[in-house]
Design a protein around this ligand. Structure first.
Ligand code: HEM
Length: 411
């Protein structure tokens, strides 16, 4: 990696101090940086400096304009929850593989905000997009990609990586078509979604050669939001269903709490969160235990830094291991077990835990945290209000060993 040093940050205290900018003392271990050599840089996620700041601010403000953190987003999620419930009801209790049903439902929430439309769950184009994201997230974090990143000589064996690149290109083509369609139907006084708002900003900055508001960045922003906004939340929901099948007593307690407070017919609302402390504790514990982004996203020092007595030159890769925080022995009573009581006090009230950082923290923390938390609550609670999840008859209970990948989900 061209002389670049990478530092792995481990443990709640160290990562907290590094990401919020306070240094004290820490243990760092130099490693080889594992960086995917793919055409994804740019947008909000794989970007740095002024352009990143501008695009992040724009994306956050625009998502809020279209309802993130507001009632309109809640309505949007609830509509999608109804579609998902109908879909599962129609299966009449027969076994099904939940990966792409859940991805489609979750993804529709971000698609309606970004692209102004939702897709049917069996729409072939939509499913192909989701499958590409899913494949790439698994492969880029898998053992072969890590070997490739650590030893770039393996670049000569193109085959395993070709499909990743092809997927990126095919998705990019689709987003280009979406951008063209938006451009031709745009009414500048009445933007309908994120893409419209981006195009309006692009027109305003047309005379600025340094503006990040161009078609390429828009394409990458759409791709970032689509991937970050679909796979993460859907994978967490898959963990939730698997854990409910495994820990039937927990599933029963959640259902009892919902029955006692909302009953079977009233759809859950975000304002019900305080009425359902056990259910919220279970969702938090699913996120902690599921640990879906164990290596976070790579960061880098933007200047020379003296951190806990270690000199980290500008440009040093920093890999803050969220895994080490979510399973820190000094922070959690049972770090390796699924134990919803981590989030409850002795009176059964919800307990805030500082080391609960599935969305990371600091200036580059997850941009969609409030959306993701709303989705997790509304999807999970609504599903358990209506259904009980069990292994398919005659099948062994799936185990809890995760598959490898950039985001890790149940096998
Ligand atoms: C359970 C669901 C989710 C989890 C666990 C999650 C977690 C994360 C994590 C760990 C990061 C990296 C933070 C860092 O670099 O320190 C991140 C970044 C990001 N997330 Fe999420 N995320 C979730 C859902 C979403 C959703 C629904 C969106 C939709 C808008 C989203 C958009 C983003 C974006 C755009 C970034 C990059 C932010 C930046 O680099 O400035 N995420 N997320």
């Amino acid at each position: 990696m061209g002389g670049t040093t990478a530092v792995v940050l481990v443990g709640y205290d160290v990562i907290h101090e590094a990401l919020v900018g306070h240094a004290d003392e820490f243990a760092a271990r130099p490693v080889v940086a594992l960086i995917q050599d793919s055409d994804v840089s740019g947008g909000v996620i794989f970007n740095t400096g002024d352009h990143q700041r501008i695009l992040r601010r724009f994306s956050l403000t625009t998502l809020r304009d279209y309802g993130m953190g507001k009632f309109t987003m809640e309505e949007r999620i609830s509509e999608e929850v109804s579609c998902l419930i109908k879909r599962i009801t129609d299966m009449e209790g027969s076994p099904f593989e939940p990966t792409f049903v859940l991805s489609s439902a979750v993804s529709n929430v971000i698609c309606s905000t970004i692209l102004g439309k939702r897709f049917e769950y069996d729409d072939a184009i939509f499913l192909r997009l989701l499958k590409r994201v899913n494949f790439n997230l698994q492969q880029t974090g898998g053992p072969t990609a890590q070997l490739y990143n650590a030893f770039p000589i393996f670049r000569l064996l193109r085959q395993p990586y070709k499909r990743i690149d092809d997927n990126v290109k095919l998705s990019r083509k689709f987003y280009d078509k979406v951008i063209d369609e938006h451009r031709s139907s745009l009414v500048t006084t009445d933007p309908q979604d994120y893409v419209d708002s981006f195009l309006i900003q692009q027109a305003k900055e047309a005379s600025n050669p340094d503006s990040p508001f161009n078609d390429l960045q828009l394409n990458k922003c759409i791709s970032n939001m689509f991937a970050a906004g679909s796979e993460t939340t859907a994978t967490t929901l898959r963990w939730a269903l698997l854990l409910m099948m495994k820990f039937t007593d927990v599933q029963e307690c959640v259902q009892r709490e919902i029955d006692d407070t909302l009953g079977r017919d009233r759809p859950p609302a975000l304002s019900d969160r305080h009425l359902l402390p056990y259910t919220v504790a279970v969702i938090n514990e699913v996120q902690r235990f599921g640990n879906i982004i164990p290596m976070n996203l790579p960061h880098a020092t933007s200047t020379d830094v003296l951190f806990h007595g270690f000199f980290l030159p500008k440009g040093t890769f920093i890999i803050p291991l969220l895994s080490s925080v979510l399973r820190d022995k000094t922070q959690w009573e049972k770090p390796y077990e699924f134990y919803p009581k981590h989030f409850l006090d002795n009176n059964g009230c919800l307990r805030k835990r500082d080391a609960f950082l599935p969305f990371s923290l600091g200036r580059r923390a997850c941009l969609g945290e409030s959306l993701a938390r709303s989705e997790l609550f509304l999807f999970f609670t609504s599903l358990l209000q209506r259904f009980t999840f069990k292994p398919a008859p005659g099948s062994p209970l799936p185990d809890l060993i995760p598959c490898s990948g950039f985001t890790i989900g149940p096998k």
